[in-house]
Design a protein around this ligand. Structure first.
Ligand code: GLU
Length: 452
């Protein structure tokens, strides 16, 4: 495939959730895999509901996920293109004015349903004479504009769903321009896809019906074969089975970030949930690019399970190498020669990255002694057996060997009190790795029951 051009086209009417992130990632990884281009397009023709702050938040969320657009477009600044396209459609008699009010349309719809007919717009407006229209306009009515569909079977070969078709006769002629002159999503999307030479439209399967309309639009504007390739992916639902929404709170990317979920876990989950690939951690987006394959996506709706994501996030942390977290550690003042051994020692015990703050305190800060009644003498003995520095990863084994020889203790009776004294906790990273980081001075004080 030569250099595909794809786009992710959210309307900035809310913050994105993991389902939207999934669409973004599927497009982005597809572009990367085939050395193509990824466009972020804000579908913001709805001036009332679109907000700059949402657009910004979407950019931030995508940046956090590692999705870097090659180009950012805003439909609100491209209206001249849509005007030109509308003029072209009018000239070809494919765009016609309608004057029905919402109530009139609703009444007709109900009547059709009552008669057992599909509620498809009856094209009554096509029969209006210029005089009828003049009269309606004189009454103060402003037209909205519908695209005249060719009532044919629209076929496409869907990248994900395979051969697909829709009977356009089962669809109403879609409104492209509202009575107040605003463009609805359908026409601008098609015009932009043409203008930016988008080759592949990868989006949720809630857009399948739009695809028939848009293929007709592509052809009306630019001739047969002008439509890009379409791929419609399955949708995610929340744990309770509802769809994820921009308004509801479930699965918001920002909320996942605030909860300490790793961005790479979100990215991995985004492409693995709802596919035949088992959920597994990714340690770079590059890895996900390598593994990416649209053919693995399943056709049915899939649940998004926040607990599963949290587990994946922890597993991701457990395998991240030092280079990929060096800067994030520096933010918490974990720097210098000890930074890498510290990371390798603690990563396996992290649930979220911020847990490093806790472990940093254990190795570099001060901890309160955890009382261990009855163990004082044993710990005193252990303190006396501490070897001189320098400590390395063999020190723990040598030291506890000495302590065993002196006290006759072994197993948990030997190791557990030492762990609690040295770290203040019951569980944690390998002490062989921690002890050199804690150092002799602190170790000795803590074994003697002093805060250090
Ligand atoms: N703005 C549309 C949406 O958010 C874009 C759909 C498309 O990709 O064409 O659903």
């Amino acid at each position: 495939m030569s250099h595909p051009i794809v786009r992710f086209a959210p309307s900035p009417t809310g913050a994105i959730h993991v389902g939207n992130a999934r669409t973004a990632l599927l497009n982005y990884l597809f572009a990367k895999k085939h050395h193509g281009e990824f466009i972020l397009r804000f579908d913001d023709t709805d001036a009332e509901r679109s907000k700059e702050e949402y657009a910004l938040a979407i950019e931030v969320d995508l940046a956090w996920l590692g999705v870097v657009p090659d180009l950012i477009l805003r439909q609100s600044r491209r209206v001249a293109l849509y005007d030109a396209a509308a003029a072209k459609l009018r000239a070809a008699n494919r765009l016609y004015p309608c004057y029905e009010t919402a109530e009139e349309l609703e009444r007709r719809r109900r009547l059709q349903l009552a008669r057992g007919r599909p509620p498809v717009y009856d094209r009554a407006a096509l029969a209006l004479t210029p005089q009828d229209r003049a009269k309606l306009e004189a009454e103060g009515r402003r037209p909205h504009w519908r695209f005249l569909l060719e009532r044919r079977t629209v076929r496409w070969s869907d990248l994900i769903r395979g051969d697909s078709h829709i009977e356009a006769a089962s669809l109403s002629d879609p409104v492209l321009i509202r009575a107040d002159g605003a463009y609805l999503y359908t026409l601008p999307s098609t015009v932009d896809d043409l203008d930016r030479r988008v080759t592949h439209v990868i989006r949720g399967e809630d857009h399948v019906a739009n695809t028939a309309v848009q293929i007709e639009l592509f052809e009306a504007l630019a001739g047969e074969g002008a439509a890009p390739v379409f791929g419609h992916h399955n949708l995610l639902s929340s744990a309770s089975g509802e769809g994820l929404s921009k308004r509801g709170g479930a699965g918001k990317v920002g909320a996942l970030r605030d909860a300490g979920i790793e961005s790479l876990a979100v990215a991995a989950a985004a492409v693995q949930i709802g596919s035949s690939v088992a959920l597994h951690p990714a340690f770079s987006l590059k890895q996900l690019v390598g593994e990416f394959d649209l053919a693995t996506l399943s056709r049915s709706q899939t649940r998004f399970d926040p607990d599963e994501l949290a587990t994946l996030s922890a597993r991701t942390l457990h395998g991240l190498d030092f280079e990929s977290v060096r800067d994030r550690l520096a933010v918490h003042d974990v720097v210098g020669a000890k930074a890498e051994p510290f990371w390798l020692a603690v990563r396996g015990n992290l649930e979220t990255f911020l847990d490093v703050v806790d472990w940093r305190r254990v190795v570099e800060g001060e901890i309160e002694p955890a009382p261990q009644p009855g163990e004082e003498a044993f710990l005193q003995e252990a303190a006396q057996a501490l070897p001189e520095e320098p400590f390395d990863e063999r020190t723990w084994g040598e030291w506890t060997g000495q302590v065993r020889a002196r006290t006759g203790r072994r197993g948990r009776a030997l190791f557990h009190p030492l762990r609690v004294a040295l770290t203040g906790r019951d569980t944690g990273p390998e002490l062989a790795a921690l002890l050199p980081l804690i150092g002799r001075l602190k170790a000795s004080a803590r074994l003697r029951g002093r805060a250090a």
